[in-house]
Design a protein around this ligand. Structure first.
Ligand code: DX5
Ligand code: ZN
Length: 218
């Protein structure tokens, strides 16, 4: 497991009127990844933005672009995000009966392949996908909106996934997304997560750099 904890601010909570400068500023704040929440109004009850936004933002930042696809039939959209400059492309297990094939598609396009689990989805649902995933995203809220309360019940799931992977000699990124703040970040790190998404915690903080450092556990 990577010792370093990576922080991925979710731009869903950024100021949309000046998204370019919000993303550009993240490097100086020592964020590691830029988390892009893609919602289609079908898989989740909200709509955000698509691949054109990813493409537009790509030139303003050298950070890893982490595209979280909360969309039905994600395989249809994978090539567009790969072409738009996403580095990590994560699909939801619940949205794709052919998740194995889609993860392979993502890797074939030279990108890191992620699979996400809603709070109600068991880690058993990814048991046969582990070899094909570079990242497991454990949702700690029901996807659709920023600013929700962290669901503590997912903590044992993070630990089980970390153990499942270790037993198989695998070391994927384990990312947690939803309600991550000063308090819950520590719980996630202790459970074995090494990528923490944070929307409101970072973008609504008076001192964003300080918050990023606190979330990382420094
Ligand atoms: C929820 C999104 C999250 C969300 C995180 O559907 O996937 O990335 O924006 O926001 P916070 O950290 O505010 O819960
Ligand atoms: Zn997300």
């Amino acid at each position: 497991m990577t010792d370093r904890i990576l922080i991925a601010p979710s731009i869903l909570s950024a100021d949309f009127t000046r998204l370019g400068s919000e993303v550009e500023a993240l490097s100086a704040l020592e964020a590691d990844w830029v988390h892009l929440d893609i919602m289609d109004g079908h898989f989740v009850p909200n709509i955000t933005f698509g691949a054109p936004m990813c493409r537009a933002l790509r030139p303003v930042s050298g950070l890893v672009f982490d595209a979280h696809l909360m969309v039905a039939e994600p395989a249809k959209w994978v090539p567009a995000f790969a072409e738009a400059g996403a580095d990590v492309i994560t699909i939801h297990r619940e949205a794709d009966p052919h998740a194995h094939r889609t993860l392979q598609l993502i890797r074939s396009l030279g990108k890191k392949a992620g699979v996400a689990l809603n709070p109600a989805t068991s880690e058993n649902d990814i048991e046969y996908l582990l070899d094909d995933a570079d990242l497991i995203l454990v949702m700690s809220v029901n996807p659709g909106f920023g600013g929700q309360k962290f669901i503590d019940a997912v903590l044992p799931k993070i630990e089980r996934i970390r153990n499942m992977c270790a037993k198989r000699g695998l070391d994927p990124f384990i990312e947690v997304d939803g309600g991550v703040n000063e308090k819950t970040a520590k719980l996630c790190r202790d459970a074995g997560a090494n990528v923490l998404v944070a929307g409101n915690a970072v973008f609504k903080a008076p001192d964003r750099a300080e918050m990023i450092s606190i979330l990382r556990g420094n």
